[in-house]
Design a protein around this ligand. Structure first.
Ligand code: SF4
Length: 391
């Protein structure tokens, strides 16, 4: 087995490389995969891209765990440098009193009487820059800024544009999560040079109504499309363990594959149940999802979206070293540094540094997106590419 893992040499970010899993049609597929892996590994690099059907995604979830992990790690090494992780730092630039009613979130104004979260105004630009400098000094390559808004207002736009420019000037990649964006707002952020915009789907379309009522699933997809069309990289993930079924997790992966292009960054969050939130209280009363099901979700995401960064976000704080190691084995290659994720706790930075040393993981350097990069659609082939405009 160890020999099999060695056959795929690191080959960072080669998006032309495909993977071997698209012929998985029944449960025997795992045995076929293991039997043919050694000879197929070199051939996979020439295979054409193909999307998984919902049935194929379900079959991946059903694989014996070790077969699933082996397949995910093998595919991971065909698309990224082995043992390298991208590290981000997340800062809340406006906390609490959000008009949305996301059932898991302490920042929702709908749950403030029970969560008792103290709302805060926008943080001043200087303080954000100071936090970004600290993030860079400690090894983060990306600085993510989150605001508890339904969407940025007209008066918020100059503020967030300035933040993108200032943080980018430090040589960091930038990411924002500010709620819904219209096409004009996405264009303003793209012009400022924003690298990533986060807007999670959270769960399947059918389970979504159990989670949020103030923003529709289609509105989420519209924002993601606006981000994609502006040329900003898309970051969009989920939260597992909110009471959804495995079918919902399968549907969420399938939803990613229905997009014109899979998100470049996919956070796979494990719910941190917060007392006072409807979903947190329900999960605390009924019991949490087994961690291995979260690991499976990471592995299936890695296999189905081989070129995307699969990110560990919320939920890491409560995990053991071994569970986190399994998540990296499953193909996760990105995580958040720092003691806090918006309002929930995170694994400590010193603990992360120690774990990285023990696992032999190294940090990836930042590669900020060039400003004024726009998507160009080839009318003949339908192929979309990014073009950097001259100043
Ligand atoms: S998850 Fe985001 S949009 Fe939903 S309530 Fe929390 S801050 Fe608002």
């Amino acid at each position: 087995m160890a020999g099999l893992l060695n056959i795929s040499e690191p080959n960072a970010n080669n998006h032309n490389h495909n993977h071997t899993d698209t012929t998985l049609n029944n449960k025997n597929a795992s045995h076929d995969f293991l039997a043919t892996l050694a000879t197929d590994a070199t051939n996979t690099k020439q295979q054409a891209a193909s999307k998984h059907s919902r049935e194929q995604i379900a079959q991946l979830f059903d694989l014996p765990l070790m077969d699933l992990l082996l397949q995910a790690q093998t595919i991971h090494r065909q698309h990224f440098t082995a043992n390298e992780v991208q590290i981000s730092t997340l800062l809340s630039i406006k906390t609490g009193n959000c008009p949305e009613d996301c059932g898991y979130c302490s920042q929702s104004g709908h749950h403030r009487d029970t969560t008792k979260l103290q709302a805060e105004k926008r943080i001043e630009v200087d303080k954000v820059i100071a936090a970004a400098k600290r993030a860079k000094a400690t090894g983060s390559s990306r600085f993510c800024m989150g605001a508890a808004w339904k969407h940025p207002s007209a008066k918020d736009m100059p503020y967030v544009v300035e933040l993108v420019k200032e943080v980018k000037a430090l040589g960091l990649e930038t990411c924002m999560t500010l709620g819904m964006l219209d096409t004009d707002q996405a264009a303003q952020l793209a012009d400022a040079g924003l690298d990533y915009y986060n807007h999670n789907l959270d769960t399947s379309r059918s389970y979504y109504e159990q989670v949020v009522s103030t923003r529709s699933y289609d509105e989420r997809l519209d924002t993601i499309a606006n981000v994609r069309n502006s040329g900003i990289n898309v970051c969009s993930g989920n939260i597992v363990g909110m009471g959804e079924s495995r079918d919902d997790r399968i549907d969420w992966v399938h939803e990613l594959l229905k997009m014109p292009k899979a998100p470049e960054s996919i956070p796979v969050n494990l719910l941190v149940p917060i007392q006072g939130t409807p979903i947190g209280d329900k999960v605390l009363a009924e019991g949490q999802l087994p961690v291995l099901e979260w690991i499976r979700t990471i592995a299936v995401t890695r296999i189905c979206c081989p070129s995307s960064y699969v990110r560990l976000s919320a939920g890491r704080e409560s995990l053991s070293d071994s569970e986190q190691a399994l998540a990296f084995m499953a193909g996760a290659n990105s995580f958040f540094y720092g003691d806090k994720l918006l309002t929930t706790g995170n694994a400590s930075q010193s603990g992360d540094d120690r774990l990285m040393r023990e696992l032999g993981l190294t940090k990836q350097f930042a590669a900020p997106r060039a400003p004024k990069q726009v998507p160009v659609l080839d009318a003949m082939s339908g192929h979309q590419s990014q073009v950097v405009l001259a100043e």
